[in-house]
Design a protein around this ligand. Structure first.
Ligand code: ZN
Length: 367
């Protein structure tokens, strides 16, 4: 039985503030019926909104507000579905929406699919995109080995993020490289492009050939590494969430810089992103004590991120395309020989569009 308490609505155990209810009115004067978007700004409401009367039917609660005399009808189901829940994930990037993993957790089943099924079957596509949000990556097999195909893969869930490297980039050993990625050297686990703001939130790598010795790909759940640090060395974790680290990249055509902590938190204090690539860290210009504390914490995080039990290793075969969350998954590569060709093509894209595509697919798949 809904009642009034201090001029708010008491509905079951839940007290809904009058101003919250007034702001969420769904009537045609308050919301455009076509888009569902609000037609007023917050200062269009009275400063002191109260619920003056409440009445109910089997499935609706009707309120009258003062001082504007506005009437609002709320379905009971809507009130229940929108009741306060501090543990509800704030968005798809929230730590609470993730399943953290170490390599052994995935030996039973990698998130993977065959390209043909991915294209033909919306359920398969939804499962793959859901895996990117929950586990941080998906592996597609049998993607046609044509140059440029990586862009088509990105098109299935979002939009290519063009950068100074172009719409796509070729990862192969080349003379006079502008980036260590384009050599045969070992690359330790890292996230890409930490010097960008905003950072590309997704990366795709499509294997065209991988006949060289070595050249294995490693993936590490950076959220897991950060959560381990939080559990084992809370002070170090705090340091990495609070120290602004300068990152930069420069070549003949570009000079990119930004400053960001290694571990990004959301407003509730949970992990929202990691940015980790020592190749691009610039001199910290902070007081002595802060710098020494930072380096100790940075090493402590790296030790966890580099722990062999966290790292999932596999060798990409021609036709494989891995799609991963670049705000979470660190990727690595073992050294490869100059004998035998190794050629990957990569591109960047963004998680928000992937999440949107999944939500729209969910409308079809779940009905
Ligand atoms: Zn209204």
């Amino acid at each position: 039985m809904p009642t009034l308490t201090a001029r708010d609505l008491l509905f079951g155990e839940v007290r809904f503030p009058a101003v919250w209810l007034r702001d969420n009115c769904h009537c045609r004067d308050c919301r455009d019926p076509g888009t569902g978007q609000k037609l007023f700004g917050i200062t269009d409401l009275a400063e002191e909104v109260v619920v003056a009367t409440v009445s109910e039917s089997a499935d609706e609660v009707t309120l009258e507000f003062q001082p504007d005399g506005h009437r609002s009808v709320f379905p009971r189901e809507w009130l229940l579905a929108n009741a306060p829940d501090p543990s509800a994930a704030t968005d798809h990037r929230s730590e609470t929406a993730k399943q953290l993993w170490a390599a052994a957790d995935l030996t039973e089943g990698l998130p993977q699919a065959v390209w043909r099924d991915y294209v033909a079957d919306p359920r398969c596509r939804a499962a793959c995109l859901e895996a990117v949000l929950r586990l941080g990556f998906v592996l597609l097999h049998g993607v046609p080995g044509e140059p440029g195909m990586v862009l088509r893969v990105a098109d299935t869930f979002g939009y290519v993020r063009e950068t100074n490297y172009g719409r796509l980039f070729d990862v192969q050993a080349k003379p006079n490289p502008n980036n260590l990625a384009f050599t045969g050297l070992t690359i330790t686990p890292h996230t890409d492009n930490p010097y960008r703001d905003p950072v590309p939130t997704l990366q795709l790598l499509h294997c065209l050939s991988n006949a060289a010795d070595g050249g294995e790909t490693g993936l590490v759940d950076g959220f897991h590494a950060a959560a381990l640090l939080r559990a084992e060395d809370a002070a170090a974790f705090q340091v990495l969430t609070r120290t602004p680290v300068p990152f930069a990249f420069r070549d003949n055509e570009a000079e990119l810089r930004t400053c960001s902590p290694i571990i990004e938190l959301d407003p509730t204090g949970l992990i929202r992103g990691v940015r980790f690539s020592n190749r691009h860290v610039q001199p910290l210009r902070l007081p002595y004590d802060e710098v020494t504390r930072f380096y100790a914490a940075y090493r402590a995080f790296a030790a966890r991120a580099y722990a062999p039990n966290l790292q999932l290793n596999f060798k990409l075969a021609p036709g494989d395309c891995v799609v991963f969350d670049n705000t979470r998954i660190l990727h690595a590569r073992t050294a490869f020989s100059s004998v035998g060709e190794r050629h990957l093509q990569g591109c960047y894209a963004d998680l928000d569009s992937l999440a949107s595509t999944l939500a729209v697919l969910g409308r079809e798949v779940n009905t």
